[in-house]
Design a protein around this ligand. Sequence first.
Ligand SMILES: Cc1cc2nc3c(=O)[nH]c(=O)nc-3n(C[C@H](O)[C@H](O)[C@H](O)COP(=O)(O)OP(=O)(O)OC[C@H]3O[C@@H](n4cnc5c(N)ncnc54)[C@H](O)[C@@H]3O)c2cc1C
Length: 619
Amino acid sequence: MAKVKTHYEDCDILVVGGGMAGTGATFEARHWGRDLKIVCVEKANIDRSGAVAQGLYAINCYMGMQWDENQPEDHVRYARNDLMGLVREDLGYDMARHVDSAVHMFEEWGLPMMKDEKTGRYLREGKWQIMIHGESYKPIVAEAAKKSADKIYNRIMVTHLLMDESKENRVGGAVGFNMRTGDYYVFRAKTVIVAAGGASHIFKPRAVGEGMGRTWYAPWSNGSAYALPIAVGAKMTQMENRIVLCRFKDGYGPVGAYFLHLKTYTQNANGENYEKKWYEHTKKLVGEYIDHHPVPTCLRNHAFIQETIAGGGPIHMVTTEAFQDPHLETVGWENFLGMTVGQAVVWASQNIDPKYTNPELTTSEPYVMGSHATCSGAWVSGPEDLSPPEYFWGYNRMLTVDGLFGAGDTVGGSAHKFSSGSFTEGRLAAKAAVKYIQDQKAEGINVTDKQCDDFRETIYKPLENYTVGQNEITGGTVSPSYILPIQGLQRLQKIMDEYVGGITSNYMTNGNMLKRGLELLEWLQEDLENVGAEDYHQLMRAWELKHRTLTSQCVTEHTMFREETRWPGYYYRGDHLKLDDENWHCLTVSRRDPKTGKFTLEKVPVYHIVDEKEKKQAS
Ligand SMILES: Cc1cc2nc3c(=O)[nH]c(=O)nc-3n(C[C@H](O)[C@H](O)[C@H](O)COP(=O)(O)OP(=O)(O)OC[C@H]3O[C@@H](n4cnc5c(N)ncnc54)[C@H](O)[C@@H]3O)c2cc1C
């Protein structure tokens, strides 16, 4: 076993991941838990970590209740519509009723907001989005977290959750290692809030080889948010609901400001509005959902994908009209400079000036996340005042493991939270975690040294594998004794791509493909016992891979379970090509048995709380 130094940290609230949700949780934990010890552990450095690392140009979730622009009910209806009927409305409503206050704090903390000169209100990009000069968004929220925490640990990857050995199904902390020093860290905690972001790179990306890091979702989002809870038997929901994004080709530059503010539009290679062409076809698959307004994101993707398969590509964004207006031209460029500089570089390298050339669009490889136009993640308790009994077990945003909370991409069922909603959900989770401690639910937690020592053995095994096996080869990277993290990652991506509905098959899969995919994933899991890491950075890659693989197994199990095509444009079940409301207007919930590694799945009713409330009031 590698000789590493072990550090112990005992705390009340441990926040895993210092992105949007993690900074929100750290900040709010201090507000309610003045005397509590609050620690945040981050894989990178919270000043520039997570999906918002580079900055954003818009806050995508702001109600504007102070001006009666929108109410939380409106947002619930919007998210429900976009997700083809299936969201946790209690969670969505709860986030929406609090999100404005979080945004107001961002402004107080110095985030430059764009204002409408005439009204003085925040400048709207769309119904839910407000525009910001957001290059420094992340450092600003990080500062609030730094001032609130007892300690922030940067450069530590959390690999496992610790479990209480005196009470079944109760969390006891987490362990991880410092990627720079290699030191082992044990965090014994009364509550843990997992806020570790979504998962990219589980499906083969469009950009491979030297361009591999170019994905839409942050390449460092490695599914820890799912793998950590799955490994200890927490239930997950809607993991089949992976997301595919329509974005500018090769740079994945965002299209929101273009559609909403610049009023650009798309067309096929012949200059036609192709979306109309696929209306009847889509109606046969999903019925009246295609008539909803706005058209759900997946259905717009569906038209794009079908048009491309039919030979109508490439699909272009028509920018040449809007860019004649100097103001809109500036907005178009600034949109990238504050958020996705890479897109501007790609255009420059390909001689594309959007004033004169309409740039190409693409559909991305699938990602797994819980905060965007999708809602994969953990099955959590909702708030006391809103949730029906099946959705409530004592503490808001607590997973089905006692003392374990989640926020942001971690939490399933609540789509369209984005940056502000994820921060808000972190606040909600932290408030509940403080209450859990104050209610003395975390008394008598026992985490033995043996548990911590066993994890240390497990965590550093890839270094051992490499050290022992490296002398068997004299050159190259192919060894009979270990696989390197990059080799394992490419194998994972190939399985997910070919069998679980990635780009190679135009997002198509079926029961037989999924069955085979599950078999291959199981064998990959076996081989990951022999992953080899040559240094601490590769050790991180090894654990990222392990987390991605566990997440992928869960995604595949869920995709197998739901025998319908609920979100054409995100993926297709070729053996069940139609949306089937009669049998599948429900949420899917899974649990992996930590002892056997087997998944069980169930259907859970979806409650339309907002309209029920209104119906009751009317009657
Ligand atoms: C390209 C892009 C554009 C977007 N555009 C917008 C927009 O315009 N407006 C908007 O409002 N939202 C936007 N979003 C969405 C927004 O960024 C996310 O909703 C939000 O960041 C999710 O918050 P989170 O805390 O769950 O995840 P993140 O903010 O990604 O934070 C997760 C954190 O966990 C850390 N972590 C991961 N694994 C571990 C581990 N094992 N141990 C320790 N730490 C770990 C990560 O390093 C990271 O800091 C965009 C996202 C992307 C990727």
